[in-house]
Write a protein that binds this ligand. Structure first.
Ligand code: ATP
Length: 302
């Protein structure tokens, strides 16, 4: 009987591992709101990054056949630069992120990382070198330690703790009775929006990618938490190339370069002061947000 038990037990383990893997994959894809559509070219080489530059070269793309979303988009991000992508709702900002991760292929045009077309390298090597801090981090139903270590399988406890420290969540974890072994997610401890985002930052730090995609929070966080997170993100972005998808303008004024997207086209680009001087779409969005903020402050003062 024991002889039978062992393989069965093994089978159970394999099943659980695969199922967990599938759940993780499903969660990852729900996280970025997309589905798997692309395939590696036969014999595709790995992406090798020496200088983490990113370029969109005349990219045309839509999710559905009859509805083009990006209409020949071109822009370049130099190695080590911090750029922000802004624009009205529905302009295509998040779409840029999904294409960069190659969850979809452009209809035409190319996306280049360090001069290599991302459609011609393996998806695994591409995604291994991209980090994402999403606006709404989904945690796996597992321990907080697992959720951080997910950034790099086989990471030692010391590395996990160092990543938590750099993401400024170590003091919080150390106060929990079970520390890194605390169960989180739907069945475990519920974390606040800010805490979840810090877990995502720690996960990314552990992965240590040369290129970072920051999908800025639209609401969820209060101003103080948001400022704290931004400070952490700034530190995390040092020595990396970063693209921030910014839904609010107040947080992007110090980007090296701002790309203003409108209806799937690059409408303006430049520094914050360049764009204010231009007095176009960016200036209009900026002034409107300032006015909204003053209204809120006035209401609070009344
Ligand atoms: P927001 O600031 O509101 O998040 P955004 O600039 O990030 O907007 P995207 O999410 O890139 O905009 O969407 C661009 C367009 O593509 C929108 O019109 C949207 O309806 C459409 N779109 C986005 N995702 C899908 C999808 N999975 N299937 C079909 N259309 C989609």
């Amino acid at each position: 009987l024991m002889q039978l038990f062992r393989p069965l037990d093994m089978l159970g383990w394999v099943y659980r591992t695969i199922r967990q893997g599938l759940i993780d994959m499903a969660q990852m894809f729900r996280l970025i709101d997309t589905q798997i559509e692309v395939q590696d070219a036969p014999g595709a080489p790995a992406l090798v990054i020496q200088r983490p530059t990113v370029a969109f070269d005349n990219v045309v793309f839509g999710y559905e056949r009859d509805r083009e979303i990006l209409h020949g988009l071109s822009f370049e991000v130099p190695a080590g630069a911090h750029v922000a992508i802004v624009g009205p709702s529905g302009a295509g900002k998040s779409t840029i992120g999904r294409l960069l991760f190659r969850f979809y292929d452009p209809w035409s045009g190319r996306i280049l990382i360090d001069g290599q077309d991302i459609a011609e390298v393996t998806q695994e090597s591409l995604r291994a070198q991209l980090g994402i801090v999403p606006q709404d981090s989904v945690l796996f139903n597992d321990t907080i330690g697992y959720n951080i270590a997910y950034g790099r399988s086989g990471a030692s406890q010391e590395l996990v703790a160092a990543a938590a420290r750099d993401a400024a969540i170590l003091p919080f974890i150390e106060m929990l009775p079970q520390g890194f072994d605390t169960e989180v997610g739907e069945r475990g401890l519920k974390l606040s929006g800010g805490e979840k985002q810090r877990v995502a930052i720690a996960r990314t730090l552990l992965k240590n990618p040369p290129i970072l995609l920051l999908d800025e929070a639209t609401s969820a966080l209060d101003t103080r938490t948001e400022q704290d997170i931004l400070t952490t993100l700034h530190r995390v972005s040092e020595h990396r190339t970063s693209l921030a998808i910014a839904h609010r303008l107040s947080t992007i004024a110090d980007a090296d370069r701002i790309f203003v997207l409108d209806h799937g086209r690059l409408a303006e680009s430049g520094s914050h002061s360049d764009l204010l001087r231009l007095d176009g779409l960016y200036a209009e969005m900026w002034n409107r947000q300032l006015a909204e903020r003053e209204e809120v402050l006035d209401e609070a003062a009344e």
